[in-house]
Design a protein around this ligand. Structure first.
Ligand SMILES: NC(=O)c1ccc[n+]([C@@H]2O[C@H](COP(=O)([O-])OP(=O)(O)OC[C@H]3O[C@@H](n4cnc5c(N)ncnc54)[C@H](OP(=O)(O)O)[C@@H]3O)[C@@H](O)[C@H]2O)c1
Length: 328
């Protein structure tokens, strides 16, 4: 892979896509192509085919997706399954038609069964029932992995196709979504603690018992893992995966309870009040920790520990608020 090869990053305005672009630029890649959603709708087969056959990139990072928290997944299941299936099928098939040899698909840890053994290994995929709230999204993500595997199986020898998948744990960092109806737990809590601090509130209410344990990875670590996996030589990738279990987990390797996360955020944000847990709200799975030992043995490990990552994320949130204020 040469630093002047053409690389298309799909979803470059998103939290992960923007971080992948920064990582590639930092590593000296000079020929990165991007398109906004309004310039190129990835659910539109014709547009995607025309774009990729014109540009003929050497590599594709597929970080575009319809993404959201529990509420959005539960309210808009049709949008989540339809848009994600279309984006993956269009990009992967058009990449193949346009001669793209290397592609990295970003999935999610929700592909794993609700009751998978912890920490969750890659081979837990399709071994049990999924969490019902985001099943449509998870099914689309599983289809993305299987698309990559099927193109590899059919076209690896004849066309040199090498399409890989990574499964990130919960991610956070600059560029996250802070809209209350659509956000994940860290941006939702950052917003609530920050607003409580400004309003001098006595307490912040956190949904659930605070006991479930979750794993979180800073987005720049995810980006470095993505480039690392894309750049592993084929022999190494193939030796460490299987034709029909080819995805690689990307996680921090440790988890903490939502209660501990809330306390850390209270400290980072400087909120002086109390934290109250609302146990009438659902907890979700008791624990969700991925086994990332496959990736660790391939020479990658995370660099940004949680508290440092939360400080960086809060700083970027404050900058965003400032920008919004200046616009008004
Ligand atoms: N965030 C997490 O915690 C997390 C965890 C595990 C896995 N992942 C995976 O990582 C990937 C990136 O997630 P993210 O957090 O960066 O999401 P994000 O911030 O919502 O970014 C997704 C990007 O995809 C673009 N997009 C969506 N639909 C499109 C379409 N039809 N045509 C063109 N562009 C479209 C969005 O553009 P617009 O905003 O303009 O629509 C946005 O720039 C996804 O595959 C996700 O499943 C994320």
């Amino acid at each position: 892979m040469s630093k002047s090869d053409k690389i298309y990053v799909a979803g470059h305005r998103g939290m992960v896509g923007s971080s992948i672009v920064r990582e590639l630029e930092n590593q000296g890649y000079k020929n990165i192509i991007i398109r906004t959603h309004s310039e190129l709708d990835l659910t539109n087969q014709k547009q995607v085919q025309e774009f990729l056959s014109q540009e003929k990139p050497n590599e594709v990072y597929l970080a575009a997706a319809k993404v959201g928290g529990i509420f959005a997944n539960d309210t808009y299941p049709a949008d989540f399954i339809y848009q994600n299936l279309m984006i993956e099928a269009n990009v992967i098939h058009a990449a193949f038609n346009s001669g793209v040899k290397k592609l990295l698909f970003l999935g999610s840890s929700c592909i794993y069964p609700k009751l998978a053994d912890q920490p969750i290994k890659e081979d837990a995929l399709l071994s049990g029932y999924l969490e019902p709230t985001n099943e449509p999204y998870a099914i689309a993500k599983i289809a993305g992995i299987k698309l990559c595997e099927s193109y590899n199986r059919q076209y690896s020898e004849s066309h040199g196709v090498d399409y890989r998948s990574v499964m990130p744990t919960n991610l956070y960092g600059p560029g996250d979504n802070y809209q209350p109806e659509n956000s994940h737990v860290i941006p939702a809590l950052i917003r609530r603690f920050h607003e409580a601090k400004i309003n001098n509130d006595e307490k912040v209410i956190v949904w659930g018992s605070g006991n479930p344990k979750r794993e979180f990875l800073y987005v720049d670590d995810m980006a470095s893992a993505s480039v690392h996996v894309m750049n592993l030589d084929k022999e190494t990738y193939d030796r460490n995966t299987h034709q029909m279990c080819s995805h690689i987990n990307v996680g921090m390797g440790e988890d903490l309870s939502i209660g501990e996360l809330a306390k850390t955020l209270r400290k980072v944000i400087g909120f002086a009040g109390k934290i109250e847990f609302d146990s009438s709200k659902p907890d979700g799975s008791p624990r969700k920790l991925m086994d990332s030992s496959r990736l660790n043995s391939l020479g990658w490990s995370p660099r940004i520990e949680l508290e440092r990552g939360l400080i960086l994320t809060y700083e970027s949130y404050l900058k965003e608020l400032k920008k919004l204020k200046n616009k008004q």
